[in-house]
Design a protein around this ligand. Structure first.
Ligand code: 13P
Ligand code: SF4
Length: 303
């Protein structure tokens, strides 16, 4: 059944000149039919390079918006209109405009997990894989980092030459894992390396053997000589790694690492989206796209 739907999707996407992008948190059967999969930064770059005129995003809304902003001439669909990122919606433009008034000489660095509206008033975007590199390269040594205070703390710690102002935002799934859970997991699996996403709390990151984006965690585990890993990011990553590396062992850091929004999309939804029966075409006005693009272009330039 799954194979039949996959075959049908592959046939239709070729006929209709469609490119399917999938974030690494998507289900295995979706990653199998995607033209490209990866972390947020990789998807942004791939979206620009794709030759097809229509792009279907299997992920959450800010990812589809980013594709549209980078390729306004393309038709971009978000497979599941209800798939948002709670962190991206935590802070709106009006609130950040007020904060900016308090910190007028700060450069506003926005995690890509923000709405297109919010990006219009930010100076530069970053992803988890590009944040350190980009913040280091900024001329200003005063940084207002939004919205994720955990990723922001990770940046502040690794770029000590900058003053980083943080706000109270974050990923409900990653931020819910407590440092004590990391301690317990390490005791339970003493031979395993702990690999975590920088959206985790500083007390969790401090115990990690490696900190990186979803793709960086996967690459690290695949290339490592070690054969046991505790995975501190969405549960799907431990599942994908177990499938790809059957001789190694992968233990989820916590069952709380579940992003319900990333799990909304099914293979059938992708099929229906290609058929035009579901999905949402991303429509952003030209002023929003132009203003938001400045911060994304700056990310691509510096990253
Ligand atoms: P990555 O940039 O690592 O793919 O992270 C995106 C995300 O939403 C993690 O929760
Ligand atoms: Fe957003 Fe967290 Fe889900 Fe990533 S895991 S999409 S940051 S809610």
């Amino acid at each position: 059944m799954i194979k039949d739907i996959q075959q049908e999707i592959l046939k239709l996407k070729k006929e209709k000149d469609i490119c399917i992008l999938a974030h690494s948190y998507q289900a295995h059967e979706i990653l199998e039919i995607a033209d490209y999969s990866g972390d947020s930064f990789q998807l942004s770059l791939l979206a620009q390079k794709a030759e097809q005129k229509t792009i279907i995003m299997c992920g959450v809304r800010f990812m589809a918006e980013t594709v549209k902003i980078l390729s306004p001439e393309k038709t971009v669909y978000l497979v599941s209109p209800d798939a948002g990122c709670p962190m991206a919606e935590q802070m709106d433009k009006e609130y950040i405009e007020k904060v900016k008034e308090e910190y007028p000489d700060y450069t506003v660095v926005a995690y890509i997990n923000t709405t297109a509206q919010l990006k219009t008033i930010c100076d530069v975007c970053v992803t988890s894989s590009s944040a350190l590199n980009i913040v280091k390269k900024l001329e200003n040594d005063k940084i207002l980092f939004i919205p994720d205070c955990n990723l922001g703390s990770y940046v502040a710690q690794n770029v000590p030459e900058k003053t980083v102002k943080l706000l109270q935002g974050g990923c409900p799934a990653h931020a819910s894992v407590k440092p004590e859970e990391a301690e317990l997991a390490k005791k339970k699996y003493p031979n395993a390396l702990l690999l975590v996403h920088p959206e985790c709390q500083p007390g969790v990151c401090a115990q990690a053997d490696f900190i990186g984006s979803t793709s960086a965690i996967m690459d690290y585990a695949k290339n490592s000589k070690h054969d046991e890993f505790i995975i501190g990011t969405e549960l799907s990553i431990a599942e994908h790694l177990q499938y790809e590396c059957p001789d190694k062992r992968f233990y989820p850091l916590s069952q709380k690492l579940m992003c319900s929004n990333m799990r909304i999309t099914t293979l059938m939804d992708v099929y229906n989206c290609i058929l035009g029966k579901s999905g949402e075409e991303i429509a952003l006005d030209i002023d929003t796209m132009t203003a938001a693009r400045r911060s994304i272009d700056k990310m691509v330039e510096l990253g």
